[in-house]
Ligand binder design. Structure first.
Ligand SMILES: [Zn+2]
Length: 398
């Protein structure tokens, strides 16, 4: 039990040292001494532990003149890997990434989330096995991140009464993956992870961001002060079931009437256009007929954008994001959709909220969710206390 002899946790620990280097705050032992105020010998101990676990790499600084050249320390993104998946209603994307979230290999498949957890999880586990075998020298598995298309209790990694996921209510998704793969597993709502992925990759300096997923349904993920805002139970951002005016005749899959997603989601558009005689069954058909230049489709998408804009204007007043990113399958028709959103948001939201607000299409597209899932797993695996435990376990094993 050597672990108990090395209570490294807290600001002084090796995990905290790793974070300073990962975030670019420090790159030499000298930087670390001046940043932390710790003794040089203590810093050297921490750095040596991180070097021996290969979480850090050291290179001599060729540019330094006179005396012993300072070693430049850098985070070794190849020191391990994570598994990530973004599961939608009809589509799943899986990836194995390095510790920077860069995708090393990925797969995309048509799935039916409504087949239930036994079928889908067995498939997911087999697919993760395949991906793991496809990438050599990726180092140890440090974590697993999963996005699901419904409400998830983040702390336990359990979906809670997800409307389009029959059989999944209360299924221990995170626990099951932890037991199967022997690594920490985290589960979150897909829109939250898209927000995290988009923010990390495309808007790293933006502290307050809202990601709106417009696919068959509508959901949103929020980043506040640079961190995911999930709310008390994990349902923050569930804007698809906010009531919109004049549509009480429309029944939503959640059981209520006049919900935004039942009026302006891709599924609702497909149903409405099909009633007008167009051959559209789902959101992909809607996008395809938009690209074919059907004016009634363009009009319908723009109208959906305005209805979404009503809810987003209220969200801007409540939350004041700097950036709203619009993604999801319907956002492939981003011109009419964003035009409708902008028209209403800039007109209806308070001036201070819109003064520097940007409303933009997604940069990552259909990789936003899986990228966010990987980043969630990485940030968890590299939390200072988790790194300290990893090093203590390695020391105990020697
Ligand atoms: Zn609803």
């Amino acid at each position: 039990m050597r672990a108990e002899l090395e209570p490294n946790a807290g600001i002084a620990g090796a995990g905290a040292v790793l974070r300073l280097i990962r975030h670019g705050t420090a790159s030499t032992r000298g930087d670390l001494v001046s940043t932390t105020g710790l003794a040089r010998s203590t810093i050297s101990q921490r750095v040596d532990a991180l070097l021996s676990r290969r979480l850090l790499l050291a290179e001599s600084d060729a540019a330094s003149t006179g005396g012993r050249p300072a070693q430049v320390l850098s985070f070794n993104r190849a020191a391990g890997h994570v598994l990530a998946a973004d599961l939608g209603a009809t589509h799943g994307r899986l990836a194995i990434t390095d510790l920077d979230g860069t995708i090393l290999a990925q797969e995309a498949h048509d799935i039916a989330i409504a087949d239930g957890p036994e079928v889908v999880m067995a498939w997911l586990e087999a697919a993760f096995d395949r991906l793991g075998a496809a990438v050599r020298d990726a180092g140890p598995l440090l974590g697993i991140g999963i996005g699901l298309p419904g409400p998830v209790e983040y702390a336990t990694g359990v979906p809670i009464a997800p409307p389009i996921m029959p059989g999944w209510d209360g299924h221990p998704v995170a626990q099951r993956l932890r037991d199967r793969f022997g690594a920490p597993a985290l589960v979150d709502n897909d829109a939250n992870l898209m927000a995290l992925g988009e923010r990390t990759r495309a808007w790293p300096d933006t502290e307050d961001l809202m990601f709106v997923k417009v696919g068959t349904g509508i959901g949103a993920g929020l980043i506040s002060h640079g961190r995911p805002l999930r709310g008390a139970q994990g349902s923050a951002g569930d804007i698809g079931h906010i009531h919109v005016r004049d549509h009480d005749h429309v029944l939503c899959r959640c059981g209520n009437r006049g919900c935004l997603e039942a009026v302006a989601g891709g599924g609702a558009l497909a149903a409405a256009l099909s009633e007008e005689g167009l051959e559209v069954r789902d959101v992909h058909d809607v996008v395809r007929s938009f690209r074919e230049g059907r004016p009634e489709v363009t009009r319908a998408i723009r109208t959906a954008g305005r209805q979404l804009g009503e809810v987003l204007a209220a969200s801007v007043n409540a939350f004041n994001p700097a950036v709203i990113v619009i993604g999801g399958d319907l956002a492939e028709a981003d011109e009419p959709l964003l035009a409708g959103v902008r028209e209403v948001v800039y007109q209806r939201a308070v001036p201070l909220g819109t003064r520097s607000l940007r409303i933009v299409p997604s940069t990552l597209g259909d990789e936003a969710g899986v990228t966010g899932a990987a980043i969630m797993a990485i940030e968890h695996a590299l939390e200072p206390q988790a790194v300290d435990r990893m090093l203590a376990a390695a020391a105990g094993a020697r």
